[in-house]
Design a protein around this ligand. Structure first.
Ligand SMILES: [Zn+2]
Length: 351
């Protein structure tokens, strides 16, 4: 059944090169890894490197196997976009040039290379029926950590809480892994923070260690507060827009975004905050603020003041990128209005 994936069965630490990049080169392509748990009747799953430019999850998995982690249950690990990650410069490419984005490829038909890898991954999950799935990512811009799920429930919240206090509940459907409802298991996307940040790598390691070692996933040990954000939207640009990131308007481009616009990630942004500049008002015809119902909600979130692009409501921006290629091929940023934010207190059972 495993046609596209390399498979490592209970690798010992001595088989794993010390340098994670040397290991990745050895693997060479999509790989599944099986770790036996103390309790061999249960399994958990970790998916990472769906995006080749997001190394935190892979680095954590490498470190945990090297340290001979003994998981509480079996763990199925999948490293997906290994080939994209290995392209020079390494960890630069989100997907392999010319291929679809892996995390937009989980809906049939599975006819291309990304689709076939996605289908293979879904078959593995169906076969091993993990009690939970984590999909570990990084943001391309600088960012605090957060989690994303398509459902709000105690299992989703406790999984997210192993990594972060921020959880976004999204109704957006784009063919990502976490949207899959069959087989039935909680799937949470973890955004560990910026792809270049050591703190993000450390967070992935600590969170995955806890995910693998804890006896019961859905019981929390200490009471904690979580910030939950609802109904996020995506600011999407048409692919042929000319886009620059700079501290002042760049001549000849359609949109200039502030070069440090990622500093707004998860800060509370009031109305009237400058994000960038447009060449003229007709640029608005080439961008949209998409919600889950297919509406363009630009006017609820943003406005033009002359050529200034600024916010129009108190909101939290997240996944703000400063990479033009990602902004054009996927989206520039996500946002959720502050009125859709709630703070939830999680209590250990029995307290
Ligand atoms: Zn990602």
């Amino acid at each position: 059944m495993i046609e596209y994936f390399n498979h490592l069965e209970s690798p010992s630490s001595s088989e794993i090169p010390q340098d994670p990049l040397v290991w990745l080169e050895q693997l060479g392509g999509p790989t599944s890894i099986w770790l036996n748990g103390k309790d061999r009747s249960r399994t958990r799953a970790v998916v990472t490197l769906l995006h080749g430019n997001e190394p935190s999850g892979m680095l954590a998995v490498h470190r945990l196997i090297r340290e001979e982690v003994t998981p509480a249950t079996n763990v199925l690990i999948v490293l997906a976009s290994v080939e994209a990650a290995l392209l020079e410069p390494t960890f630069r490419y989100r997907s392999y040039p010319g291929e679809r984005d892996m995390n937009r490829s989980f809906n049939p038909p599975f006819s291309d290379s990304a689709g076939r890898i996605a289908q293979q991954l879904l078959r593995l999950l169906e076969r091993y029926q993990p009690e939970a799935v984590l999909d570990v990512h990084n943001t391309s811009g600088k960012s605090p950590s957060f989690a994303v799920s398509t459902e709000q429930s105690l299992p989703h919240e406790t999984l997210a809480a192993m990594f972060t206090e921020r959880l976004v509940i999204t109704e957006l459907r784009m063919g990502s892994l976490m949207e899959q409802t069959e087989p039935k298991m909680p799937v949470v996307t973890i955004e560990c923070g910026g792809a270049q940040e050591q703190a993000a790598h450390d967070l992935a390691y600590a969170g995955l260690k806890q995910f693998m070692e804890t006896q019961s996933l859905f019981e929390i040990e200490h009471g904690l507060d979580m910030d939950i954000y609802h109904d996020p939207v995506r600011l999407e640009l048409e692919q042929d827009l000319r886009l620059a990131f700079a501290p002042q308007p760049v001549l000849g481009v359609d949109i200039t975004m502030l070069d440090q616009v990622d500093q707004f990630n998860f800060t509370l942004v009031p109305p009237g905050t400058l994000l960038g500049w447009v060449k003229g008002p007709d640029v608005l015809e080439h961008l949209r603020v998409a919600d889950a119902r297919g509406n363009n909600r630009f006017e609820q979130f943003f406005e033009l003041c002359g050529n200034r692009l600024q916010t129009n409501a108190t909101q939290k921006l997240f996944m703000v990128t400063t990479r033009p290629d990602i902004a054009l091929s996927d989206c520039l940023l996500y946002s959720a209005v502050e009125s859709q934010h709630e703070r939830v207190h999680l209590e250990p059972l029995g307290d």
